[in-house]
Design a protein around this ligand. Structure first.
Ligand SMILES: Cc1cc2nc3c(=O)[nH]c(=O)nc-3n(C[C@H](O)[C@H](O)[C@H](O)COP(=O)(O)O)c2cc1C
Length: 181
C-alpha cells in the first residue's frame, strides 16, 4: 500500500503495474464488468469514445503476438488482453474530437480501479506493434488504438524473470509540489 499525505481511496493506493499474473481464467462476466465500470467515465459531450476489445483464447494469442518480446514474457500468462481504442470524431457532426484520448484514458483508469477493487490486475502497455494490432483486428478507420492491458489475477512474483522481479513494485511519485502549478 502506498503512503499518501491525504486520505485516498484504498484501490488507488494499492494499485501498481504488477507483472506477476496468474494463468487462471477470469469469468467473462467479470471482464465485461470492468468494461462497464469504464463506461461510467465522463467524456466530452458524453461521446463515450472508448472501445474495448476483450481478447481471450484465440483472440488473446493474436493480440499477444503484437506485444514486444519484453511484454510477451510476463503478459503471456494473463488470461485476457484488452485492447483499448478510441473514436477520433464526434458522432454528431463528424468533427474531430480533441478529447478522445483523454476520455479513453480516464475510462481505462476506471477499468483499472474496478479491477483492483475485485482483486484483479489490469496493467496497461504501450509496448506493442500498433500496425500489427490494426492488421489483426481490422478496426474501423475512425478508431485509434490507445494501449493494451494485461488482465488477470495477481500471481507469484517469484515466477517472474530476475529483471522483472527486481522492478515488480509500486513506482515512486513526484512530490505534490512538483505537479501543482
Ligand atoms: C500508457 C501506458 C503504457 C505503459 N506501457 C507499459 C509497457 O509496455 N510495459 C510495461 O511493463 N509497463 C507499461 N506501463 C506501466 C508503467 O510503466 C507504470 O504504470 C509506471 O512505471 C508507474 O508505475 P506504477 O503503475 O506501478 O505506479 C505503461 C503504463 C501506461 C499508463
Amino acid at each position: 500500500m502506498r503512503k499518501t499525505k491525504y486520505d485516498v481511496m484504498p484501490e488507488i493506493k494499492r494499485r501498481f503495474a504488477n507483472r506477476a499474473i496468474r494463468e487462471q481464467t477470469v469469468p467473462w462476466e467479470t471482464l465485461e464488468a470492468l468494461a462497464e465500470a469504464a463506461s461510467l467515465a465522463p467524456s466530452c459531450f458524453n461521446e463515450q469514445p472508448w472501445r474495448f476489445l476483450i481478447a481471450t483464447d484465440e483472440r488473446k494469442e493474436k493480440l499477444l503476438a503484437t506485444l514486444t518480446p519484453q511484454n510477451q514474457e510476463w503478459a503471456g500468462k494473463a488470461p485476457a488482453l484488452v485492447l483499448t481504442a478510441a473514436k477520433k470524431t464526434f458522432t454528431q457532426g463528424g468533427k474531430n474530437n480533441r478529447w478522445y484520448m483523454s476520455d479513453a484514458g480516464c475510462a481505462a483508469g476506471f477499468f483499472i480501479l474496478e479491477a483492483e477493487r475485485r482483486g484483479l490486475v489490469a496493467h496497461p502497455m504501450a509496448g506493442f506493434d500498433r500496425a500489427a494490432a490494426q492488421e489483426a483486428f481490422q478496426l474501423d478507420a475512425d478508431l485509434e488504438i490507445v494501449h493494451v492491458m494485461a488482465v488477470g489475477y495477481p500471481g507469484d512474483p517469484s515466477l517472474l524473470s530476475e529483471r522483472n522481479q527486481a522492478r515488480n513494485h509500486p513506482n515512486t511519485r513526484k512530490p505534490l509540489e512538483d505537479i501543482l502549478l
